[in-house]
Design a binder for this molecule. Structure first.
Ligand code: 4G8
Length: 156
């Protein structure tokens, strides 16, 4: 049975030895929090910074935005539209910032979709889950919240 301690640690963790007890503990390099248990998953980043593109639909909790007084597109049309934006970004036919500024139904459109830094507990659950999974520079698949459909770009 190979000793687990030989396996590489998940990303973002460092192994340390307690000066007082000589016991091994683990340090989350992002939050500087330590724990005795050997981590099984990549270290939680603490705060992240993300930009997003929101496409609302008729069933959004607030079906209105700076772009459209009353948003009437269906959920299916909104998801298709967002997938087309994602395709343009991934194929480099358009920049994330340009698409966000022109088409995002969020007030953050004016800032290219930038939401600034946020920690856990600040965004809608589905949005947070996806944002905290992303590596820096990674673009999410479309996700759904009560506000509508989003793609998320983690920037920090
Ligand atoms: O869901 C609602 O009842 C109304 N909202 C919430 C909201 C409204 C204004 C500013 C920020 C959030 C939105 O629909 C909304 N959600 C967002 C949002 C959702 C997830 C992450 C970031 C922003 N932006 C907006 C917006 O109009 O600009």
């Amino acid at each position: 049975m190979s000793n687990d301690n030989d396996a590489p640690l998940p990303e973002g963790w460092e192994m340390r030895t307690s000066r007082s007890t000589g016991m091994t503990y683990y340090l989350n390099m992002y939050t500087k929090k330590s724990q005795w248990e050997r981590p099984e998953a990549p270290a939680d980043p603490g705060d992240v910074r993300c930009s997003h593109i929101l496409v609302k639909h008729a069933e959004s909790r607030r079906p209105s935005s700076w772009r459209e007084e009353t948003i009437t597109r269906t959920k299916e049309e909104a998801l298709d539209l967002l997938k087309s934006y994602r395709k343009q970004i991934v194929s480099n036919d358009a920049s994330f910032t340009d698409i966000a500024m022109k088409y995002s139904d969020c007030s953050s459109a004016k800032r290219g979709g930038d939401l600034g830094m946020f920690g856990r507990g600040q965004m809608q659950q589905a949005f947070e889950e996806e944002a905290f999974k992303l590596k820096v520079g990674q673009l999410s698949k479309p996700i759904e919240t009560d506000s509508g459909y989003h793609i998320i770009l983690r920037t920090v």
